[in-house]
Every structure is written in structure tokens, then in C-alpha cells.
Ligand binder design. Structure first.
Ligand SMILES: [Cu+2]
Length: 179
């Protein structure tokens, strides 16, 4: 690798995110904690493109235990979903759900200098464990074949801040004792 290429890739990495904290950059969730056995409104926040290139597609994977997912359509964006069986059927208001949306993709265009939010609603089933972190791996595809893959899942004892491309994370709280 030539010196120019090394300098170029270092510059690109710095440009991607290092100027801001992970709370403001990357792809992150607006609400970072929620109780299990409740409906959760996930707002994915996209703070920048890929090294300056506009984002063309935002894809998010739905982890096991997150059921009854409904994405919110966005004007100007094409919405696609992938449905698949759940590994473990889960209770949902007296029903048992065995399959549902496992991946969502919004296709459109978001300039690097702009900010946008991508929303879906989901139910955090009782198959999930309170006091753990839940991650929603997200991939941002950009113009010119570039991509940023927010898929790193922090190991035990590490946090999202320890990673360059952390997956958006949610801390699970105990179910509310209302009934
Ligand atoms: Cu970032």
C-alpha cells in the first residue's frame, strides 16, 4: 500500500465519525432502553453518509424475541420487508406469533449533510431477558458502492463506544408489574 493510500484511508476513517460521539453519529436508536412485554417504537437515526457519499439504502435486522414488527413508510422512500419464522414462538396479547418481519429496508436518498430517522414499531416479547442489551444490526448502503456496516455486537463487559461500527443497541428493562 502506498503512503498516499494509507493517508487516504486514515483520512476517510476520521471523516466517518471520529469527530463526534457515538450518540450523535453512526446509526443509533433514539430510545436506548425499554421494558420487555411492551411495545417499543424504534427510531433509527442516521447522522451521516459513507465518507461523504449519500445513503441510498438503510437495512436493519430484527433480533430474535422482537415480534409483531411494523415499519413506518417514509415519503420518498421504498419500503421492503423480509418475513421469516421466529426461532421461538412468542406470546402477543393472547396470541402466539410464529413468524414476522425479520428485516426492513428503506431505499431512497439521504445526503451526507442531512439527517433523517427511520421508524418501526415492535413488541419486546417475554422470551427476552431483562438487564441485557439487544442489538439491531444495520447496514447503510451509499452511492458509489460504498457501505457502512453497523453490525459490531459488543462483547461482555464492552460498550458500543469501544467499537468503530457498533450495532444500534437497546437496554432491556424488567417488564412493568401492572397486571
Ligand atoms: Cu458515525
Amino acid at each position: 500500500m502506498s503512503l498516499n493510500r494509507i493517508a487516504g484511508s486514515l483520512g476517510a476513517a476520521a471523516f466517518a465519525c471520529l469527530t463526534a460521539t457515538s450518540a450523535l453519529a453512526h446509526i443509533t436508536l433514539e430510545t436506548r432502553q425499554a421494558p420487555i412485554k411492551s411495545t417499543y417504537k424504534a427510531v433509527l437515526r442516521v447522522g451521516h453518509g459513507c465518507e461523504g457519499a449519500p445513503s441510498l439504502k438503510i437495512r436493519v435486522q430484527i433480533p430474535e424475541g422482537v415480534i409483531a414488527v411494523k415499519p413506518m413508510p417514509k415519503p420518498g422512500w421504498t419500503l421492503e420487508t423480509v418475513r421469516a419464522p421466529y426461532k421461538q414462538p412468542a406470546g402477543y396479547y393472547g396470541e402466539t406469533l410464529t413468524e414476522g418481519v425479520k428485516e426492513i429496508a428503506w431505499t431512497g436518498k439521504l445526503l451526507d449533510e442531512h439527517y433523517d430517522e427511520f421508524v418501526f414499531r415492535a413488541y419486546l416479547s417475554d422470551t427476552l431477558k431483562p438487564a441485557t442489551m439487544l442489538y439491531f444490526p444495520a447496514v447503510q448502503e451509499c452511492e458509489g458502492g460504498k457501505a457502512e456496516r453497523w453490525i459490531e455486537i459488543p462483547a461482555e463487559g464492552k460498550s458500543m463506544d469501544d467499537y468503530k461500527y457498533p450495532a444500534p443497541g437497546l437496554r432491556l428493562l424488567p417488564a412493568k408489574a401492572t397486571n
